[in-house]
Design a protein around this ligand. Structure first.
Ligand code: ZN
Length: 382
């Protein structure tokens, strides 16, 4: 094998053009940008990854064949479990600048390897999507993050995500609620710290953003009977679901109304997000609470029986395509999540994705479970 080479400047440009376009533009011109980006990115993996090449050869497909929406539906998926069981890379390990660990259960984690350009793109596409959804701002914001302090947990996907999510505004203060406890030698959720931080933020005129698992915020506000008014232009950005607290989960609309009442954050500023470290594209709520699919990705719903694509509105396994990553062959990822395609008439383009749960619930508790255990322990202590 010749030494792995970084993609040429021309190749990078072919991938990059998509990420300067409006993420919710669904015109044919915009779709063609995705075709170009995906075909170019697939070309990098086809050339540099023998497993990827074998899959495509078996499917009778070459990256250069990708010219239409129909061609994309022929792209062979890779099961997400494969990434958990094998260390896969395209190109040279020397070019990897960030190694992210997905939130799988112990022993079942993916290592996601990003080279420089892939990291630049994943940050840019996240910014473009949040900007298009009205979620970026020049305000100096006070952040409350229900996640691991990234100074200690540098390679956890959730910590990276939250660091990324705090980059869409200017920052005043960032409070990380899950802190390293030197005495215990483990992470611990600082409930007292969260309550004091909320009170302090409410007394400041600066807008607030609360990031993290919805159950954390919900339980603290409920258990400690918190009622305050956070400043105007404050937001809640949740993600990661209610895993570990399934029995206490409340519908999204109820959560939004509850937080509007208790924290003064309007429902339209309360947004949930779905993302997978292996896929990299954030799916964020529109003001009506629907996850619009950006033109930076394609989502197919496949029958669990034969993997055929089912009609819009029908339930099946979610298959994601993306084109930003050249160092890790996860650009066509078959997940173990069930979902269906819908629509929303809020005015933002794109079909919507509804996440209906996980096919292998017990295998996917991951970070949310660890974090929920922390919350239980903290609740019983206070
Ligand atoms: Zn919408």
């Amino acid at each position: 094998m010749p030494p792995a080479q970084q993609p040429s400047a021309q190749t990078q440009a072919g991938i990059d053009r998509l990420f300067s376009s409006d993420p919710f533009d669904n015109t044919e011109e915009a779709q063609a940008l995705f075709h170009e980006s995906f075909a170019t990115c697939a070309g990098v993996h086809y050339k540099g990854n023998s497993y990827f090449r074998g899959l495509w050869d078996h499917a009778g497909l070459k990256p250069g064949d990708i010219k239409s929406e129909h061609d994309l539906t022929r792209v062979p998926p890779v099961m997400v479990n494969l990434f958990k069981e094998h260390e896969l890379i395209t190109g040279s390990p020397d070019d990897v600048v960030l190694n992210l660990t997905s939130s799988g259960t112990s022993g079942q984690k993916s290592q996601i390897l990003l080279d420089h350009q892939s990291l630049v793109r994943v940050k840019k596409l996240a910014w473009m999507i949040h900007d298009a959804l009205g979620m970026t701002s020049q305000d100096a914001v006070n952040y409350l993050c229900f996640t691991y302090d990234p100074k200690v947990a540098t390679n956890l996907g959730t910590a990276f995500t939250d660091e990324l999510l705090t980059s869409f505004t200017n920052k005043n203060e960032v409070y990380y609620a899950i802190q390293w406890d030197h005495a215990k030698g483990d992470f611990s959720l600082n409930v007292d710290g969260v309550i004091k931080t909320l009170q302090r933020y409410a007394a400041s005129p600066k807008p607030v953003r609360i990031l993290g698992f919805p159950a954390h915020l919900y339980k603290i506000v409920l258990d400690h009977n918190i009622k305050l008014r956070l400043p105007i232009n404050s937001w809640i950005q949740t993600g990661g679901g209610w895993k570990g607290f399934a029995s206490e989960e409340i519908p999204k609309s109820e959560f939004r109304n509850f937080m509007a009442d208790r924290l003064g954050i309007p429902a339209s500023n309360n947004r949930d997000m779905f993302g997978m470290v292996e896929h990299g594209i954030p799916y964020c709520d529109c003001p009506r609470g629907q996850l619009h699919i950006p033109n930076y990705a394609r989502v197919y719903i496949r029958s669990p029986k034969d993997l055929s694509i089912v009609s819009n509105g029908e339930t099946g396994l979610i298959h994601f395509l993306c084109s930003y990553v050249t160092s890790y062959p996860s650009i066509s990822l078959l997940t173990t999540d069930y979902g269906r395609i819908g629509k929303c008439d809020c005015g933002i383009g794109g079909a919507t994705l509804e996440i209906l749960g996980r096919a292998g619930v017990h295998k996917h508790k991951g970070c949310a479970l660890t974090a929920s255990k922390l919350l239980d322990e903290s609740s019983t202590r206070t």
